[in-house]
Design a protein around this ligand. Structure first.
Ligand SMILES: [Zn+2]
Length: 132
């Protein structure tokens, strides 16, 4: 009984004996390279990752299509403008709807402190006002 069991274990060990060859070895190399590539991806500098995920900047039209509202806010004195639709903002500044948000922000001037330090906060009416 005990002898039989020992023989079975030896047979199993025999199956796994020997090093990978041919296709198996190539697959292992592929896997190693893929793992290495993944490591490289996660080690990308922050600046590089930001470029990668930003893509093209959002435009007024994008926010309008998403039914988002925008609110100009001054970074210097925190003066906040009215919450308006992107179309209202475009009309007020005489801008095309295809304007990129950073380009629009560059044109904002604070009504209180006069600084060109405005940015557009994005409001999503679909999720705002739900107690969070
Ligand atoms: Zn200001």
């Amino acid at each position: 009984m005990f002898t039989e069991l020992t023989e079975q274990i030896e047979d199993l060990a025999g199956c796994c004996d020997g090093s990978p060859e041919g296709d198996d070895l190539e697959r292992l190399v592929d896997l190693a390279q893929a793992t290495k590539a993944l490591d490289h991806e996660t080690e990308m500098p922050e600046e590089r990752q930001r470029q990668r995920y930003m893509g093209r900047p959002a435009t007024l039209a994008d926010h309008e299509n998403n039914e988002f509202k925008v609110q100009p806010i001054c970074r210097r004195c925190w003066h906040t403008g009215p919450v308006v639709s992107p179309r209202e903002l475009a009309d007020r500044f005489g801008l095309p709807m295809a304007s990129a948000i950073p380009a629009v922000e560059a044109r904002l001037r604070c009504a209180r402190c006069g600084e060109r330090a405005g940015y557009l906060a994005i409001e999503n009416p679909a999720v705002s006002g739900r107690g969070c």
